[in-house]
Ligand binder design. Structure first.
Ligand SMILES: Nc1ncnc2c1ncn2[C@@H]1O[C@H](COP(=O)(O)OP(=O)(O)OP(=O)(O)O)[C@@H](O)[C@H]1O
Ligand SMILES: [Mg+2]
Length: 296
């Protein structure tokens, strides 16, 4: 009896879906739509934790704003939000007359995070579907526009948040952050494969903490002497040094590019931001004009 039940179960799951069944299943998937007034969405991701995703996302957002872009920064890390601390925006968002959250702004960047909506000592025990609905609320339940670029910081890995983001909104491209060690690079490649499968363009890799610059002699000190060359690794956008100023500024809630606008770090982030803008432009040129989606 049990054997035949297992056989029926296996057979039903092994069967390829016909077109009608595929259509029925697609009915329950959320519809992918632009966020009103937002032109482009850039996701910052990495399979590994602690490699600098949030630091890169915050500094990139501030740099894009300095370049004259209208920028938002969404903290997609539901369980471990860090944007409120990095950007020094702790206040609860106000609601407008349509009951939509107004993202608080600092350094000319509109920010929104679960950390603004939950008490610091409150534990979050949400599972998959709730995480997905939280992301949807942060994306669509807020008055983001008009924005040129919404930067989304994500938690480590390739889980519910990443899938949910890609199901709800058209992501212009993803920036992968990695340190130069093998374990991080391997997981970066795995992440890149997932984005490829979801048809999300990969803009490139930001390498973090390969080297440091000596404060006295200004020489570069390498922590990883060998460059790991792997064909399937997406191209490198920039390499950001390990530096106490970067860490200190993050702790103080003033991104290093804001605190030291004429520093080498600021130059590196400006190069990164300009490269991202030009990649976005190229993608949009090849897709046709997206200006309909913007409020301008
Ligand atoms: N280039 C850097 N130089 C010095 N410190 C850095 C640098 N990049 C990141 N850090 C520090 O490393 C720690 C982790 O950085 P961050 O929170 O940005 O990583 P993350 O990848 O977002 O982590 P998580 O996976 O937990 O979200 C922070 O204390 C940050 O200040
Ligand atoms: Mg983070």
């Amino acid at each position: 009896m049990l054997g035949s039940l297992i056989k029926i179960f296996l057979r039903s799951y092994a069967t390829k879906l016909n077109q009608h069944q595929q259509l029925l299943m697609a009915r329950n998937l959320p519809k992918k739509e632009m966020i009103f007034g937002v032109k482009d969405i850039i996701v910052v991701a990495s399979g590994k934790g602690g490699v600098g995703k949030s630091t890169i996302a915050a500094n990139l957002a501030c740099t894009l704003a300095k370049l004259g872009k209208r920028v938002g920064l969404l903290d997609g890390d539901i369980f471990g939000p860090s944007i409120p601390l990095l950007m020094n925006v702790q206040s609860e968002p106000l609601l407008n007359d349509k009951d939509r959250m107004i993202p608080p702004e600092n350094y000319n960047v509109k920010c929104l995070s679960m950390g603004m909506l939950t008490p610091l000592d409150g534990s979050i025990i949400w599972r998959g579907p709730l995480v997905m609905s939280a992301i949807q609320r942060l994306l669509k339940g807020a008055e983001w526009g008009p924005l040129d670029i919404l930067v989304v910081d994500t938690p480590p890995g390739t889980g519910d948040v990443h899938l949910s983001l890609n199901q709800h909104v058209p992501v212009t491209g993803v920036i992968l952050v990695s340190t130069p060690h093998t374990a991080s690079i391997q997981v970066t490649i795995r992440g890149a494969k997932m984005y490829e499968k979801m048809n999300v363009p990969i803009l490139g890799v930001v390498e973090n903490m390969r080297y440091s610059i000596c404060e006295n002699c200004k020489n570069r000190m390498e922590f990883f002497k060998k460059e790991i060359s792997i064909k399937s690794l997406p191209s490198k956008l920039i390499s950001i040094p390990l530096d106490a100023h970067i860490a200190d500024c993050s702790e103080a809630g003033v991104p290093v590019v804001v605190k030291y606008p004429n520093s080498e770090y600021a130059n590196l982030f400006t190069r990164l931001a300009k490269e991202i803008c030009s990649l976005i432009e190229k993608k949009n040129d090849s897709k046709g004009d997206k200006s309909d989606a913007s409020l301008n």
